[in-house]
Design a protein around this ligand. Structure first.
Ligand code: NAD
Length: 282
């Protein structure tokens, strides 16, 4: 037996195609401002990919590419101008920021109504309260769609997440809890982690350690979501050893072609939603 492949690329393509059609019918084009400070190699690639994907569906982006030594007040001023600019619907700040900048202060300065990354405390707090935030972070939102494509009813499922970051593990745990799952978040200091992961009906690996999870870590017939993006011998691989687990799991996302494309699709969806939201709030 071999696990069902959860094809994130295909699901993301469907979402982007639908968005392209919806945008074609709008009188105003959704507009995303991307703020990038410095020249981190990975960040440059991620920003390029976001701009390319946006252009393909007719969504406008503006890149504010600032030098590495930009001061916090200069950055906050730019964000405030973008908050006020009614032609901009969504604002994202590409992370990580250079270490002299306070990430929380910068993220908190984005208007919650334009926070299409869903990182602002208003949006994370509303999610935590199981109320409706304006936006939910793209990666966990995409993961929920992937999981629900193979398991529509999540109530009572045992979910284990490896990784407790603000952008993946924590919001994902909340989303799963809000779907009545029993959730365990594990991290670098978790003891006997395998004892926990082996009980997971749904296991999400988001720790950035190449092929950490092998067949010994998983429950038979479980659903595996691999968020990791790691380089090994010049190739991209996930946090799950795909070849080792594929005969034991019920379903699995590939890397590449799983969570990555969904993250971009959800960012585009959030930007489209931002325009509609702002039109309602006029
Ligand atoms: P992070 O560095 O902010 O957090 C990593 C988390 O994993 C921490 O909670 C840490 O304690 C935990 N961890 C690290 N090593 C561990 C170990 N050996 N055992 C258990 N827990 C461990 O990372 P992040 O930003 O959440 O990203 C995680 C991975 O997901 C990275 O590979 C990143 O590139 C990838 N990622 C992919 C997407 C996507 O769209 N596909 C989006 C975001 C992040």
């Amino acid at each position: 037996m071999t696990a069902q492949l959860i094809d994130g690329k295909q699901i993301a393509t469907q979402i982007r195609t639908a968005l392209k059609q919806q945008i074609a019918h709008l009188s105003q084009v959704p507009h995303l401002a991307i703020v990038l400070v410095g020249n981190d190699d990975s960040s440059l690639i991620y920003v390029h990919n976001k701009q390319k994907a946006a252009a393909e569906i007719g969504l406008k982006t503006t890149l504010f590419h600032l030098p590495e030594n930009t001061s916090e007040s200069e950055l906050l001023d730019l964000i405030e101008c973008s908050n006020q600019d009614t032609s901009i619907n969504g604002i994202i700040v590409q992370l990580p920021l250079p270490s002299h900048l306070n990430t929380h202060r910068v993220i908190n300065s984005i208007s919650p109504l334009k926070d299409v990354d869903g990182f602002h405390p208003y949006n994370t707090g509303m999610l935590q309260n199981n109320e409706k935030p304006y936006f939910i972070a793209a990666t966990p939102l995409g993961i929920m769609k992937l999981v629900q494509s193979v398991c529509p009813n999540l109530s009572g499922k045992n979910v284990v997440i490896i990784g407790a970051s603000l952008i993946v593990g924590r919001p994902l745990a909340t989303l799963m809890l809000n779907q009545e799952c029993t959730v365990t978040i594990t991290h670098i200091h978790t003891k006997n982690i395998k004892e926990l992961t082996r009980k997971a009906d749904i296991l999400v690996a988001a720790c950035g350690v190449a092929k950490l999870v092998n067949a010994d870590w998983i429950k038979p017939d479980s659903i595996l979501i691999d968020v990791g993006i790691n380089r090994e011998n010049g190739k991209i691989c996930g946090d799950i050893d795909f070849a080792d687990v594929v005969a034991k799991a019920a379903a699995i996302t590939p890397v590449p072609g799983g969570v990555g494309p969904m993250t971009i699709a959800m960012l585009l969806q959030n930007t489209y939603n931002a325009l509609l939201l702002q039109q309602q709030n006029l």
